[in-house]
Design a protein around this ligand. Structure first.
Ligand SMILES: [Zn+2]
Ligand SMILES: [Zn+2]
Length: 351
């Protein structure tokens, strides 16, 4: 089979791989949809050679080429020996929780293999991912895709949308809250859509006019340009001088992170999900004097992924609408060139 590999410095190649065969405890999926996630840009842009984007984000790996795509969704095509029927059966519609850990530590057993300290595989980053016709994974990584949801929606839930959902849950968002969401890329706009569905008042921020327009379409009450003035001031003005109850940074930008914390009201919570880079805060003024809780949130558990899918199905949330661009694998170079502009909605490969 031919599959997409990032080769560094915004390079990408269609490489030949053997068709995967499932070993004991494994399954092979026929891919139906494989999403493009914001963090893929880190891997796409990483310099050639060295340990690549995975190394820079502390995800391990030795920089050797592997198939990209960490939002895999498809149909079980083959099941290896020793996989119980209730875990995987040929023909079942599934998403992949895109991590493998040791399987026996407390993190693995509570559905958080990405926190395993024995060394992890991140599919699409340090192990072969979903930008391919077929993908081999341990049967335990599968999360059922509800019948009501499309494969595209399943792909989004498998990283970007699932990450947004998990962050909102970590912050205990409720319908009485005003939340500021910095960055309206695929994760940010998902957070906007889901926070609105949970009843919150949403103020979205993005430097790109296209993405502010997108945020409004997905239910933001207001969309601000953080470069048009002081975003902290703008958010305080809209919250009776108090600041927002909750702030979520999906941009990974140091200035946005600091603004998210400073725009949060006394006793409020700020949460970071954007990857990479740093932030500088004045601890006494920005955190202590205002009793701020800062949360770092990295994706979601296997159970959290299933919960997110159920929420989206039950509330009939139109996650498919996040996708502005649909591609075949052969269009991968063009797809990532466009995504790299950070002005579009979400992209997905359909097989
Ligand atoms: Zn483990
Ligand atoms: Zn991702």
């Amino acid at each position: 089979m031919r599959a997409v590999v990032f080769t560094g410095d915004r390079g990408l190649e269609m490489m030949e791989f053997p068709d995967p065969e499932p070993g004991p405890g494994e399954v092979v999926l026929r891919m139906k949809a494989s999403g493009m996630c914001g963090s893929d840009l880190k891997f796409y842009r990483a310099p050639r050679g060295g340990r690549g984007g995975a190394g820079s984000l502390g995800l391990g790996g030795d920089g050797s080429p592997c198939i990209a795509g960490h939002e895999p969704c498809g149909i079980v095509a083959a099941v290896g020996p020793g996989v119980p029927e209730n875990l995987a059966a040929v023909g079942r519609r599934v998403m992949v929780h895109h991590y493998k850990g040791c399987g026996v530590c407390n993190h693995c057993r509570t559905g958080w293999p990405q926190l395993c300290r024995a060394g992890i595989v991140v599919y699409g980053v340090t192990g072969n991912g979903g930008h391919a016709p077929y993908m081999k994974v341990p049967a335990g990584t599968l999360v059922p895709l509800p019948d009501e949801l499309s494969f595209e929606t399943g792909a989004a839930i498998s990283c970007g949308t699932g990450t947004a959902y998990a962050a909102l849950r970590r912050m205990n968002l409720s319908g009485k809250d005003t939340i500021a969401i910095f960055g309206q890329g695929p994760v940010g706009v998902s957070a906007t859509q889901l926070a609105r569905a949970m009843g919150a008042r949403v103020i979205a921020l993005d430097v790109a006019a296209e993405r502010r327009a997108l945020a409004l379409r997905f239910g933001a009450d207001e969309a601000l340009d953080p470069q048009a003035g002081d975003p902290v001031q703008a958010l305080r003005e809209r919250t009776h001088g108090e600041g927002v109850d909750l702030a979520l940074d999906c941009s990974g930008n140091p200035a946005a992170r600091a603004a998210a914390v400073r725009a949060t009201r006394t006793w409020g919570s700020a949460c970071f999900v954007g990857e990479g880079d740093t932030v500088t805060l004045d601890v006494s003024q920005d955190l202590l004097r205002r009793q701020i809780t800062v949360i770092g949130s990295w994706t979601f558990s296997t159970a959290g992924q299933a919960e997110c899918a159920r929420f989206i199905a039950d509330r009939k949330i139109d996650v498919d609408a996040l996708f502005s661009h649909r591609f075949t694998l052969d269009q991968a170079a063009e797809a990532y060139r466009l995504f790299d502009t950070q002005t579009t909605g979400k992209g997905v490969f359909l097989m």
